[in-house]
Ligand binder design. Structure first.
Ligand code: ATP
Ligand code: MG
Length: 622
C-alpha cells in the first residue's frame, strides 16, 4: 500500500512517543545507572549543606571552638555538591547527545527508505526542520529535562528524611504548599503541549519558505518576485512569532506562579517555626535548618517548572518525528521476495493502470507492452501523456499493483529492491546533481571507480572536453542543484553517472533534450555500440532520439495509441508521422536558412545525419 496522510500518527503500527524514547534509552542502561548514583550523591550533599549550617549555628551557642570545623564541613560539602552536580550533568547530557545522534541517523535512514510518493506529499523544509529542531528538543528533554525529573523528587525525599525527625508538624506545614506546584504545572502543561506542537509545525513552514527561496532563487529573481516572497515569508514568520510568543507567555506565567510556591513555604517556616522557637518546641539552629533547606529547594522547584515546558516540547517533537518514523515504507522486500540474483532485462507491462496517490485520474491506462531483453524501446508523446510515469515504474519508484509489471517474468513487486535498483540506471528528466565534485557525481553509483573510468563515462556522454576546460577539471565542485553547469552540461554529467554503471536496464527520460543534434547522435551511436544485452528505454520529444529503436510506442493521455518501428509509424500517419513530418520540415527550414547554426561536432563524433540541426524548436504536431 502506498503511504497516505492517514498513516500519519494513529496507525496500528505506530509506537507511542514515550515507548519509542524508552527503546532508545534502553540502549544505554549503564549510563543511567551512573546517572542515578550521581543523583543520589548529589541529593546527599544537598542535605549536608543546611545540616552544616545548623551545626555552625549550634556551635555558636554551645561550643565556639567547633565553629571552624563546621565551616570546613560546609565548604567541603559545597565542593562535593558542585562536583556531583557537574558529573551528573555531564553523564545525563551525554546520554541526551548520544540518543539525539542515534535518532537523527535513524530518521535519515528512514527517510531514505520512504517511497517517492512520500516526498511528493512532504515539504523539504519541514522534513529538515524535523531533523534539526525537533530532534534538538528531544535532546533537551533527555538531558536537562530528565536530569531534573530524576533529581528533584530525590531532593524532596532527602529533605523529608532530614526534616521529619526534627519537627514533623513544621515539616508538614513547610512542605504543604508544594502540591500546589503539581496543580499549577498540570494546568499549564495541558495547553503547552498543543502550543509547542503548533510552534514547531510553524517552524517547519518557515523552513520550507526559506528552502524554496534558496533553491528557487533564480526563478524568484527572474520574475522579480522578491517582494512577494518576502511578504510570504513575513506572514509565515509573523505566525511563528505569534505562536512562539504564546508558548513564551505560558512559560513565563507558569514559571512565575511556580516560584510562588517556595516563597509561600518560606513564609510558613518563618511564621510557624518562629512561634515554635519562641515556645521552646524548636531550637534556633533547627529553624536555620528548615529555612536553609526550603531555600535550597526553591531553585530545583523552579527548574521543574522549566522542565515541564521542555518535556511538553520534547513530547510534541517526538510526536512530529513519530509521524514520519511510523510510516511503514511501502516499497521494500516483501516476505514472498523472489530468489533471483541477476536481472536479464525483459520488461513486460500487463494491462497496467496507474493513478498517482491523491489523484482521481489515472496517469496510465491499460498499458500492454513487452520489451525484450537487450532491445530498445522509444517512447514519445505529448507533454503530460505519462512517459515519465511509465518509466519511473520500472525501478519501482512508485508502487503498482501486483502482476502489472514483470521483469524477466517475475512480478516487479517480488523483485529484491536492492537488486532492482542496482541493475537499473535511470537518467531522470530533471537531472539532479549533488554539491560535490563532478567526478564524484559521475562515480556516484560506483564510489570506488577510478578516474579513468569516470573520464570514459564522461567521454561517452560527450562532456569530457567541457569538464576539462573547467578550472578544476573533474574536481570542480558543482554548485547547489548544479547551477555552475549549463543545463546541457548538467544533463550530460547525469548521463555519465548512468553510463559508468553496467546496468541491465537503462532509462533515459528525455535525457538528450538539452544537447544539440550532433551530440545526441554521438551519444546514441555510442549507446548502440555498447548496449548489447542491455534493455533501453528512451523517452524523447525528438524523433531523432528514437528512430533507431527496435520498437516505438506513442503515449497519449496515458494510453498507448501507436506502436511499431519508425518506418511503420511513419506509414501509419498518426501522431508519430505528424511529429516526424513537422520536425523534418523544421530541419529543412534550418538548412534553408543557410545552416548558420551548424553544431560544433564533439570530438570523435560521427557526422550528423542532417547537419545544421541544432536545438530545433520542437512543437507538438497539432
Ligand atoms: N506526483 C504526481 N501526482 C499527481 N499527478 C501527477 C504526478 N506526476 C505527474 N502527474 C500527472 O500524470 C500525468 C503524466 O505525467 P508525466 O510526468 O508522466 O508526463 P510526461 O509524459 O513525462 O510529460 P513531459 O513530456 O512533460 O515530461 C500528467 O497528467 C501529470 O499531471
Ligand atoms: Mg516527463
Amino acid at each position: 500500500m502506498l503511504w497516505s496522510p492517514a498513516m500519519d500518527g494513529g496507525s496500528a503500527a505506530s509506537q507511542k512517543p514515550l515507548a519509542r524514547l524508552l527503546a532508545y534509552m534502553r540502549l544505554a542502561p549503564g549510563a543511567y545507572v551512573l546517572g542515578g548514583i550521581l543523583t543520589l550523591l548529589y541529593a546527599a550533599f544537598f542535605q549536608l549543606i543546611p545540616l552544616s549550617i545548623r551545626a555552625i549555628v549550634a556551635a555558636f551557642e554551645n561550643a565556639p571552638d567547633a565553629v571552624g570545623r563546621g565551616i570546613l564541613w560546609l565548604v567541603a560539602a559545597s565542593l562535593c555538591l558542585a562536583l556531583a552536580r557537574l558529573f551528573s550533568r555531564i553523564v545525563m547530557f551525554n546520554i541526551g547527545r548520544q540518543i539525539e545522534f542515534r535518532i537523527r541517523n535513524d530518521y535519515f535512514a528512514h527517510l531514505q527508505s520512504l517511497p517517492q510518493s512520500f516526498y511528493l506529499a512532504h515539504r523539504t523544509g519541514d522534513l529538515m526542520s524535523r531533523a534539526v529542531n525537533d530532534i534538538n528538543s528531544i535532546r533537551m528533554f533527555l538531558g536537562m529535562g530528565l536530569l531534573n525529573l530524576l533529581q528533584t523528587p530525590v531532593l524532596f525525599a532527602g529533605a523529608l528524611i532530614v526534616l521529619l525527625p526534627v519537627d514533623a508538624t513544621l515539616t508538614f506545614w513547610a512542605l504543604a504548599p508544594f502540591p500546589l506546584f503539581v496543580l499549577i504545572t498540570r494546568h499549564y502543561s495541558r495547553y503547552m503541549f498543543q502550543a509547542n506542537l503548533a510552534g514547531q509545525e510553524q517552524l517547519g513552514k518557515v523552513s520550507t519558505v526559506v528552502q524554496e527561496n534558496a533553491s528557487g532563487a533564480l526563478v524568484v529573481k527572474a520574475y522579480d518576485l522578491s517582494n512577494l516572497e518576502r511578504e510570504r515569508f513575513e506572514d509565515q514568520n509573523q505566525e511563528l512569532f505569534r505562536r512562539m510568543m504564546r508558548v513564551g507567555v505560558m512559560q513565563t506565567t507558569m514559571f512565575a506562579s511556580v516560584s510562588l510556591v517556595p516563597s509561600l513555604s518560606a513564609a510558613v517556616v518563618l511564621w510557624l517555626g518562629g512561634q515554635r522557637v519562641q515556645t521552646g518546641q524548636l531550637g534556633a539552629e533547627d529553624l536555620w535548618l528548615f529555612w536553609g533547606l526550603i531555600g535550597m529547594l526553591t531553585f530545583p522547584t523552579m527548574m521543574l517548572g522549566f522542565v515541564v515546558s521542555i518535556t511538553q516540547r520534547g513530547l510534541a517533537a517526538l510526536e512530529r518525528l513519530g509521524a514520519v518514523l511510523d510510516i511503514v515504507p511501502s516499497i521494500r522486500d516483501r516476505e514472498d521476495v523472489a530468489d533471483v540474483s541477476d536481472i536479464g532485462g525483459r520488461v513486460e507491462f500487463r494491462n497496467l493502470t496507474f493513478t498517482y496517490p491523491g489523484s482521481y485520474v489515472p496517469a496510465l491506462k491499460g498499458i500492454d507492452l513487452a520489451v525484450e531483453a537487450g532491445s530498445t524501446v522509444g517512447i514519445v508523446g505529448p507533454v503530460g501523456s505519462g512517459k515519465t510515469t511509465l518509466v519511473s515504474l520500472v525501478p519501482r519508484l512508485l508502487e503498482v499493483d501486483d502482476d502489472s509489471i514483470l521483469i524477466d517474468g517475475v512480478d516487479l513487486n517480488r523483485m529484491p529492491v536492492h537488486l532492482l535498483r542496482s541493475s537499473i540506471a535511470m537518467v531522470p528528466q530533471d537531472s539532479f546533481l549533488f554539491s560535490i565534485s563532478v567526478a564524484e557525481n559521475i562515480r556516484y553509483g560506483v564510489p570506488d571507480a577510478a578516474l579513468e573510468e569516470v573520464r570514459r563515462a564522461a567521454a561517452r556522454a560527450q562532456v569530457e572536453r567541457e569538464i576539462d576546460e573547467f578550472e578544476d577539471g573533474f574536481d570542480t565542485v558543482v554548485g547547489e542543484r548544479g547551477v555552475t553547469l549549463s543545463g546541457g552540461q548538467r544533463q550530460r554529467v547525469a548521463l555519465a553517472r548512468a553510463m559508468i554503471l553496467r546496468p541491465s536496464i537503462l532509462i533515459l527520460d528525455d535525457s538528450l533534450s538539452s544537447v544539440d543534434h550532433g551530440t545526441e547522435e554521438a551519444i546514441l551511436g555510442d549507446l548502440e555500440g555498447r548496449r548489447r544485452g542491455r534493455t533501453c528505454f528512451i523517452v524523447a520529444h525528438r524523433i531523432s532520439a528514437v528512430r533507431h529503436a527496435d520498437q516505438i510506442v506513442v503515449l497519449e493521455n496515458g494510453r498507448i495509441t501507436e506502436r511499431g518501428t519508425h518506418r511503420e509509424l511513419v506509414e501509419l500517419g498518426g501522431f508519430y508521422a505528424r511529429l516526424h513530418h513537422r520536425q523534418e520540415l523544421l530541419s529543412e527550414l534550418a538548412i534553408g536558412d543557410g545552416g548558420a547554426a551548424v553544431p560544433e561536432p564533439a570530438s570523435g563524433v560521427r557526422a550528423p545525419a542532417a547537419s545544421g540541426q541544432q536545438r530545433l524548436p520542437l512543437g507538438e504536431p497539432s
